[in-house]
Design a binder for this molecule. Structure first.
Ligand code: 5GP
Ligand code: ZN
Length: 112
């Protein structure tokens, strides 16, 4: 738990969120400012800054849950995007690892 981390506070229940999935290692919540009809964030319960600081086992576990969450939110069949913004130039604005799962419409590419 990092005291000033907004995602740690969400996980602790200090800030409300709309959860779509939870287990002992992670939660998945709807993004407060969705970029598409479905925009879910997967957050590890234990604070780690980003993909470079997370244990490979945790990353594998969380990526392994993407299919479940895509099915649950109705975007598995038509397709979706998985994004991990990392660091300043990568566009990371919250320094608590999170995996974006985005879908529900045809998405543009490239993102820059
Ligand atoms: P990043 O830009 O770091 O990859 O993504 C951070 C994401 O967190 C953004 O899409 C932003 O909308 C979302 N976000 C920021 N604060 C909150 C919050 O308090 N609740 C929820 N559900 N999402 C948030
Ligand atoms: Zn945190």
């Amino acid at each position: 738990m990092a005291e000033d981390c907004i995602f740690c506070r969400i996980i602790k229940g200090e800030i409300p969120s709309n959860k779509v999935y939870e287990d002992d290692k992670m939660v998945a919540i709807h993004d407060v400012a969705p970029a598409a009809p479905v925009h879910v964030l997967l957050l590890p319960k234990e604070h780690t800054d980003n993909v470079t600081t997370a244990a490979p086992e945790l990353l594998a576990y969380m990526l392994g849950k993407v299919k479940t969450i895509a099915e649950q939110t109705g975007i598995a069949e038509k397709g979706f995007r998985v994004v991990i913004n990392t660091g300043e130039e990568g566009g990371q604005t919250v320094n608590h690892l999170h995996i974006h799962v985005i879908g529900g419409k045809a998405l543009g590419w490239p993102p820059c």
